[in-house]
Ligand binder design. Structure first.
Ligand SMILES: *Cc1c(COP(=O)(O)O)cnc(C)c1O
Length: 230
């Protein structure tokens, strides 16, 4: 488990180098540790190394880990980054701090209705499909504004920004293009609709540098921290 701490230092060094290159401050980028398929012990080891934000793809798996790590609840944040079905919104509204994968208004409405009053508003990102035909999940870029304006009005959620999962690309320039598209879309939403969005959730193990160069504020990193998934 010592390797998670070591891997985390390597990932942080990559983020720092990319921030230097982009002339951005290092604390403008949050490292989200994607712990899907890895057990509670891996999360515990990462938390002991100083990691605070964890991303999970599968609701049931995440709930089991949260139960096993209840004593860490105040020390860590849980982010849902995987697809969310309508019948799972209640447990998600009760258990998570963030949802990055909102791809329709109905889901955001349910999350807002079901967010317990005792908790802070649930932090949301809209997932946008920046890869066209190659991917089916996420809002089309030209649908994002209409949904964002409605989600921003909901009382128990707070719309923070946009998330994307671009297809892998061969060169750093090609990797940057979809990240740039997401950044420009966020700027457009803020400028035309005054939404004050501050979050770009983009970049994974393979392309975090390209994402940071294009303005990522959250990079979602799994395998570079925890190792290859089975
Ligand atoms: C699995 C996953 C990641 C992490 O991917 P790595 O390549 O392991 O860093 C990030 N975002 C989403 C949405 C994922 O499903």
């Amino acid at each position: 488990m010592a390797t998670i701490a070591h891997n985390r230092q390597q990932v942080i060094a990559r983020i720092v180098r990319a921030c230097v290159q982009a002339q951005r401050s290092v604390d403008s980028v949050t490292l989200l540790a994607v712990s899907k398929t890895f057990g509670a012990e891996a999360v515990r080891a990462a938390a002991a190394a100083g990691q605070r934000a964890f991303g999970e793809n599968y609701v049931q798996e995440a709930l089991e880990k949260m139960a096993a790590l209840a004593e860490l609840r105040d020390a860590i944040e849980w982010h849902l980054i995987g697809p969310l079905q309508g019948n799972k919104t209640r447990v998600v509204a009760e258990a998570f701090d963030w949802v990055h994968s909102v791809d329709r208004l109905k889901i955001a409405q349910r999350l807002s209705e079901q967010r317990p009053a005792a908790l802070a508003p649930l932090q949301l990102c809209l997932q946008v499909n920046t890869s066209g035909e190659a991917s089916k999940s996420g809002l089309a870029p030209d649908e994002a504004a209409a949904v964002a304006v409605e989600v921003a009005r909901l009382p128990r959620v707070r719309l923070r920004g946009l998330m994307a999962i671009p297809e892998p690309a061969a060169s750093i320039e090609a990797q940057r293009a979809p990240h740039r598209m997401l950044r420009e879309l966020l700027a457009q939403l803020n400028c035309r609709h005054g939404l004050g969005l501050d979050t770009l959730s983009m970049g994974m193990s393979a392309d975090l540098e390209a994402a940071v160069l294009e303005g990522a504020t959250i990079v979602r990193v799994g395998s570079a921290l925890f190792g290859a998934r089975a």
